[in-house]
Ligand binder design. Structure first.
Ligand SMILES: *Cc1c(COP(=O)(O)O)cnc(C)c1O
Length: 394
């Protein structure tokens, strides 16, 4: 065990089972460890490094902003957050932005906004319907929204006002709706919960139901947003215009930032009702502006769609070859491979030895979330390593 791994054991709270690699630098889709070993990165900082590691557009914007103005508070106007907000609004169906620092914080803001809307327009309705198998973050309220008992059990009692229903079932949403309901909150594709892709009509049916009932549709686009599934926002692929979306992960291409976006009429906060010390700080906003602008100007979403199809084909070829693979799921550059046994950890280790980083989604599943700028050659390289790794283990 390296010195760094000993320090981790000694000083950090043990919240994650780490892979025994200490990463020290990265460039594009490659990272290097403290022994100068190179890896192809299909983890991407957990779907965060949209433009890969240390992309010059992002690093340059950070460097410039770091020498200009890092933080000023929202007592004042600052330019990077205004430019970012304008860019996001001009490229979405929503008109208002609130900036924060993480995914969970964005979702908290979205739920607070929905409750505020409920107080104003829905006779005090406050309940949020979310889905089983979802992932909405680690704060207590988002644990309550996250429909997975492994995240909820350790923290009982949970905040009230959340109802978890079956995913991909419009009937389940309908059955759970009552006079207390102010919103339905869903991921367009469930990421952490398994790369669960809903039936084509599901989101549109939920949207129609929400419109009929006068309640809000919140889409948690923290993982699906910013190009990850082949369009700037996931909702664009489902022909659905949500009332609120939340963003984080890929937004800053590695820099922590989150956002809540809402329709004009839904944006009911008044000064003092919500806020954030670091939210919208110039440094993070300059990075996010640079990342989103680069993604738009260089048609990176088209690259995601194209290379994502190549990745899915590659995974399907592996499935045809290896009997232990039971399922392949993919949507842009968010994909998963399911095994018939608990093979994720051993395959992950075998990939590591061969220079490929992948994510363990479940004991029997791996997830792939590479930078959005990878090409077919990177995918071919990853598939060759995966092929060998699976052969070595299964
Ligand atoms: C990662 C994730 C979150 C939580 O984001 P944090 O930045 O870790 O708080 C919420 N929702 C979805 C869909 C996510 O993938």
């Amino acid at each position: 065990m390296s010195n760094w791994q000993e320090l981790e054991r000694k000083y950090l709270m043990h919240t994650t089972d780490r892979v025994p690699v200490t990463l020290v630098r990265g460039k594009g889709a490659r990272v290097w460890d403290d022994e100068e070993r190179e890896y192809l990165d299909f983890v991407g900082g957990w779907a965060v490094n949209s433009l890969g590691h240390c992309h010059p557009a992002v690093s340059g914007a950070i460097t410039e902003q770091a020498g200009t103005l890092i933080q000023a508070s929202n007592q004042f106007y600052t330019i990077p957050q205004l430019r970012l907000a304008e860019l996001l609004v001009n490229n979405s169906c929503l008109q208002r932005v609130f900036l924060c620092n993480s995914g969970a914080e964005a979702n908290e803001g979205a739920v607070k906004l929905a409750r505020r809307y409920g107080q104003r327009y829905l006779n005090g309705a406050y309940e949020v319907i979310s889905a089983m198998g979802s992932f909405h973050g680690r704060t207590l309220s988002m644990v309550a929204a996250t429909g997975q008992s492994k995240f909820q059990k350790p923290y009982a009692p949970l905040p009230t006002g959340f109802v978890n229903v079956e995913y991909d079932s419009i009937e389940a949403v309908q059955a759970a709706t009552n006079e207390r309901t102010c919103a339905v909150m869903l991921e367009p594709v469930q990421g952490e919960g398994g790369v669960n892709i809903p039936e084509k009509g599901y989101l549109a049916a939920v949207k129609q139901w929400c419109r009929d009932k006068g309640i809000l549709l919140i889409l948690d686009e923290i993982q699906t947003g910013i190009g990850r599934i082949g369009t700037l926002f996931g909702y664009q692929q489902y022909g659905v215009e949500p009332d609120i979306i939340t963003l984080a992960k890929g937004l800053g291409s590695g820099v922590p930032i989150g956002a809540v976006m809402a329709r004009e009429e839904v944006s009911v906060f008044v000064p003092g009702e919500h806020g954030s010390t670091f939210g919208g700080n110039p440094l993070a906003c300059a990075a996010a502006y640079a990342a989103v602008k680069f993604i738009l100007d260089n048609n990176i979403c088209d690259n995601v769609a194209r290379v994502g199809r190549h990745l899915l084909e590659g995974l399907l070829r592996l499935k045809a070859k290896h009997q232990c693979i039971t399922d392949v799921r993919g949507c842009g550059l968010l994909a998963a491979l399911y095994f018939d046994a608990e093979l994720a950890a051993p395959v992950l280790s075998a990939c590591l030895e061969r220079g490929l980083l992948v994510n363990k989604l479940k004991p029997n599943a791996l997830r792939f979330m590479p930078p959005l700028i990878i090409n077919n050659g990177d995918v071919d390289e990853a598939m060759a390593i995966l092929d060998q790794a699976i052969s070595a283990v299964a």
